[in-house]
Design a binder for this molecule. Structure first.
Ligand code: FPP
Length: 260
């Protein structure tokens, strides 16, 4: 990562011990809006601004990947008005922010069952993915219509098909192999997961990938999760002793691969 991006890193953060990959469960948009007497969707609009600011902050501070849980497979159960608003918001943001992502060298990727999304959104996703595919400074991974159990089941189905066709032996099915069939195959596991709004759950998000991830929960509602709040999350992360089941203290999940 280019050092010029680290110039704004707060002095109490160690640049050598930053997470390489941060994942966020952006919870509390609805409550944030309700507290102000506004419709829930106003919270999502503000939440999108918060996400944009966090992406910029991650880039400024030299973090290589940010994964955001934007819409779960369970979120379809919300009112049609809220679901439609979110689909339109995703589409509009992708279109509006594409030039910024290009300029800032952001590679956008998606995980989840994209085939279940409205066709126009699928097209926008496809276009943004293609256009930013060669960007390198930061990977911004968005989980839409995502459910971790479904992702794992799908990976198992694909592996089983290969076994059925005689292309793989049952004995060769390992953790590494299953990982290659997950939506996140090309991304190292998150080092830090942040969930806002005081909920202490994983809500079917990256269940496989979070095996050794540090979990950070805060009462702050997502629209209020600003640079100072992220700074605090990183300070907490750096105060943790990441042992990965061993007695050593590697710096990131990828460093742990060498240990395990
Ligand atoms: C959870 O808060 C938030 C969501 C389900 C939507 C999050 C989406 C965004 C912030 C827009 C991001 C845009 C892109 C393109 C990635 P909630 O509604 O569950 O809040 P509550 O728990 O207070 O009801």
């Amino acid at each position: 990562m280019a050092t010029k991006f680290l110039s704004s890193l707060p002095v109490d953060l160690d640049p050598q011990r930053l997470p390489r990959h941060v994942a966020v469960i952006m919870d509390g948009n609805g409550r944030w809006a309700t507290q102000r007497g506004w419709p829930r969707v106003a919270g999502h609009r503000q939440g999108a601004k918060t996400l944009k600011a966090l992406l910029r902050c991650c880039k400024d501070w030299g973090i290589e990947s940010l994964t955001a849980y934007a819409f779960s497979t369970e979120n379809w159960r919300r009112s049609p008005e809220e679901v439609n608003f979110l689909m339109l918001l995703f589409k509009r943001l992708l279109r509006q922010e594409l030039a910024v992502m290009q300029r800032e060298d952001v590679k956008i990727t998606f995980i989840g069952d994209l085939s279940g999304l409205p066709k126009v959104l699928q097209q926008e996703i496809h276009y943004a993915t293609q256009m930013t595919a060669h960007n390198r400074t930061i990977q911004f991974n968005v989980a839409v219509n995502y459910g971790s159990r479904a992702e794992i089941a799908q990976a198992c189905r694909r592996v089983a098909e290969q076994v059925e066709q005689g292309k793989l032996s049952a004995a060769s099915v390992s953790e590494d192999l299953i990982e290659q069939y997950l939506d996140t195959a090309d991304t190292p596991a998150p080092d830090l997961l942040i969930r806002t709004s005081g909920e202490l759950r994983l809500s079917n998000f990256l269940l496989w990938q979070l095996a050794y991830t540090e979990l950070y929960f805060t009462d702050i509602l997502w629209p209020d999760f600003d640079r100072a709040a992220f700074h605090q999350a990183l300070l907490t992360y750096q105060s943790r002793d990441r042992r990965f089941g061993t007695v050593s203290t590697p710096l990131s999940n990828s460093a742990a691969q060498a240990v395990l």
